[in-house]
Design a binder for this molecule. Sequence first.
Ligand SMILES: *Cc1c(COP(=O)(O)O)cnc(C)c1O
Length: 417
Amino acid sequence: MHDFQYKGDELYCEDVSVKKIAKEVGTPFYLYSYNTLKNHFRAFDSAFAGIPHLVCFAVKSNSNIALLKIFAEEGGGFDIVSGGELYRALLAGADPQKIVYAGVGKTREEIRYALKSNILMFNVESTQELFAIDEVAGEIGVKARVALRVNPDIDAKTHPYISTGLKTHKFGMSTKDALEGYRIARSLENIEVTGIHKHIGSQITQISPFMDALERIVALIDILKNENLNVRYLNIGGGLGITYKDESPPYPKELAAELSPVLKGIHCTIIFEPGRVIVGNAGILVTRVLYTKRSEGKTFLIVDAGMNDLVRPSFYGSYHSILPVDKNSNSHKIVADVVGPICESGDFLAKDRVLPELKKESLAAIMSAGAYGFTMSSNYNSRPRVPEILVRDKEFYIIRKRESYEDLVRGEEIPLF
Ligand SMILES: *Cc1c(COP(=O)(O)O)cnc(C)c1O
């Protein structure tokens, strides 16, 4: 459920008219519902209420500090993948003891920053990284808590670009290498073996890949126990999918019902890293039709948002539902490509889409754009990045303002020669 609903013919976010926001801030813009964000977080968190756990929101899915603050206040932690994300999380008031840090390419500077911030643990993806963390921790005189990221070789049955748990992927270590990795970790002076981690991919719409991966990890935990290597945390990653079109992914409580019996038997604190399932359907991208054009029997709606604002359709071929902000119940349907202003044929938001006839100047809502929307946006074609707006009840707040032309060239310099 989300809080983008029609009142009469008009689309609202909670109690605020989307059209009214567009009038005040211009288009395009990202729009989030506070209520939806909070409810999605709570739905996930409460689903696992029966087991000791920590929900670490995946910052890369939406990193606006106003959103991070909401999750921090709900008691959530954060899953980060860079020093920049650590900076954001801390700025939003995150408890460092609820931050976990994944990623195959952590630099020494990033490792140092995380150690000095006293984060809960690193999710380590290679033995070389383990040595690097040990060294940096030694330099600053602290012990680094680590989990090894295990690649369980499970097909997440999702888009190949967002699948991460097969042995051909760059992520984590095979079960065999992880066992060796744990033995090495134990021998390192500045490392404290704390947990075990896996994350098999994103937009997963079935329970079975989670279950299969969990069983492999549990088997490994048993082997580790036999070697007297006891982990206190089991991090099962993120990846739960959402409905973009007609998918019917399990609800968090359904996933919890299946996984909990196994999780309970492990006697670990369970860490979850949901991103998309919390923010995906809590945000939309609002855009305006600039022009309509017919050529060779095709209809194009040219809108003011492009692939630089929302890259998912171009990058993954993703489907985003498109709704008129003003629903004219009489309007007839057309089939159109919804395209942006970018000079690339790959710049589209929808192809051959059946839509109510949207005329020049009408507003459209690109639904389910809260995850991997703004965070993947760029300045391509020198387009200033769009503002982000948060609605709570009857009020809206600009949580990131529209970039200016000055912002575009910030830091650039023409050499004196
Ligand atoms: C991207 C990522 C997540 C979040 O994935 P979602 O599909 O958005 O839930 C969690 N953990 C790790 C390690 C990730 O890379």
